[in-house]
Write a protein that binds this ligand. Structure first.
Ligand code: SF4
Length: 434
């Protein structure tokens, strides 16, 4: 199983771990396979240092990826920035594959649709090293399967329904595997034991989200589901024991949905007195933060709390109504009273959302400044399959056949006249910095 390199103008290891393929690994092990993992984005792999200088960790195990400038794809030639490959160099992949030896199948995962260049290039490299069939899966293949089918992979697995995997493997390898009757999210741990060394652990105690924000793909990919809190904690203890990491991250899209569940999980974590810092980088729902939750987050030693705010004004309601200004004010008040400092609380502002005026984004930043918390700017990217995407197609603002690379949020303002200009986005960022 291979987590490929990223090709982009910018990338940062903000606790990126390929959870999807780690679950696939656990599932394959249950099926009886011997599984190996090569994660080209694991900055903490000790072998990596033999091939490239690895930048030192920044805060809480995050950090810059090793990178190298590569030729820009034709379609982005005019963008005045360096295009880079992030992650391990090609020699590392080759060495790792040779060390593992012959395999029956290579599986490659993917995440962002606009990162397909790195995925395709990794597959080309794999094919120079082995004749084994390559299966491509992951989020990119689920969002735009027709595009993924043009990749150099031999097979595409464009679904998160793991129960369909045995049939594909039977067809390719001429096996007679029977499906295993498990609920993979409840019964399996993401197979971190496939790593030799790691700098932090990422988990998710739920998948999906019951909200339906118009710009977000999550509710269109998953039915919302939570894992039993006891099992989440067992999983944490199991891998904390192996790797002794100092940072554990929850990447849930809806960590606070189902208060009883969240409260129980936080109490269990606090009771275990795990010597670890916890982080919530994925924008929790401000409306669901109350006094009890804020206190429990503190007791469980959470150090990073990101709140999803996104935008000010009418767009809050139009895009799904997940949060309003008053929810943020309340949440920040509870969190500060529980003892969180202004450096531990941040909120996301989504910039360049269709219909968002420059003034809306500026007001959002000013509102958060008044709350005296950190601000992180997220640039909007149109995601096929979301209501916002369908609207953009209907109104002719986006061509449905646009190259996914051009939809990269850092590239979009250079060419798209359906949203803000690069100067406007930079202006908003400069107010945040000031
Ligand atoms: S609340 Fe977050 S995860 Fe849920 S639909 Fe909205 S943006 Fe997506």
């Amino acid at each position: 199983m291979i987590n490929p390199n990223i090709h982009d103008f910018a990338a940062y290891d903000f606790w990126l771990k390929p959870l999807g393929i780690l679950y696939v690994g656990a599932f394959l092990k249950r099926l009886g396979f011997e599984v190996h993992l090569i994660d080209t984005l694991n900055r903490h792999d000790k072998d990596l240092k033999r091939f490239v200088k690895v930048p030192k960790d920044k805060k809480y195990g995050t950090g810059k990826f090793p990178s190298r400038v590569i030729e820009k794809p034709k379609i982005v030639k005019s963008i005045p920035r360096k295009f880079k490959e992030y992650g391990a160099p090609p020699e590392y992949l080759e060495w790792k594959m040779k060390e593992i030896g012959n395999v029956d199948i290579v599986m490659v995962t993917s995440t962002m649709t606009y990162w397909y260049h790195g995925v395709w290039e990794t597959i080309r490299r794999i094919k120079k090293i082995t004749d084994s069939p390559v299966i491509l899966g992951g989020i990119y293949t689920q969002i735009i399967p027709q595009h993924a089918r043009k990749s150099p992979a031999d097979f595409v697995f464009p679904t998160n329904r793991l129960e369909l995997l045995p049939k594909l493997l039977n067809d390719i390898l001429d096996l007679h595997l029977k499906n295993i009757d498990i609920d993979w999210f409840e019964d399996l741990d993401p197979a971190y034991e496939l790593y030799k060394s790691i700098g932090y652990l990422v988990f998710t105690s739920s998948i999906g989200c019951p909200f339906r924000c118009t710009y977000c793909i999550t509710p269109r990919m998953w039915k919302f589901k939570r894992r039993t809190p006891e099992k989440v904690v067992e999983s944490i203890l199991r891998y904390k024991d192996i790797f002794d990491v100092r940072d554990i991250v929850f990447f849930d899209d809806a960590f606070l949905v189902g208060k009883g569940h969240t409260a129980k999980l936080l109490k269990l974590i606090a009771n275990e007195k795990i010597n670890t810092r916890f982080h919530l980088p994925n924008g929790i729902h401000a409306r669901l933060v109350d006094e009890e939750i804020a206190n429990l987050l503190k007791e469980a030693n959470f150090k990073t709390i990101y709140l999803g705010y996104e935008t000010s004004g009418d767009l809050q309601k139009k895009t799904g109504g997940k949060v309003f200004d008053k929810d943020l004010i309340r949440a920040v008040d509870f969190l500060k009273r529980a003892g969180f400092t202004k450096d531990e609380i941040r909120a996301y502002v989504l910039v360049n959302l269709p219909g968002q005026k420059l003034q809306d984004a500026i007001r959002a930043v000013e509102f958060l400044k008044e709350l005296d918390i950190g601000i992180s700017v997220n640039e909007y990217t149109p995601i096929p399959g979301t209501p916002e995407w369908n609207e953009l197609i209907k109104s002719g603002k986006i061509d449905p056949d646009t190259d996914p690379l051009l939809l990269d949020n850092s590239i979009l303002p250079y060419w798209w006249n359906g949203g803000m200009s690069k100067e406007e986005v930079e202006y908003i960022k400069s107010i945040v910095r000031s």
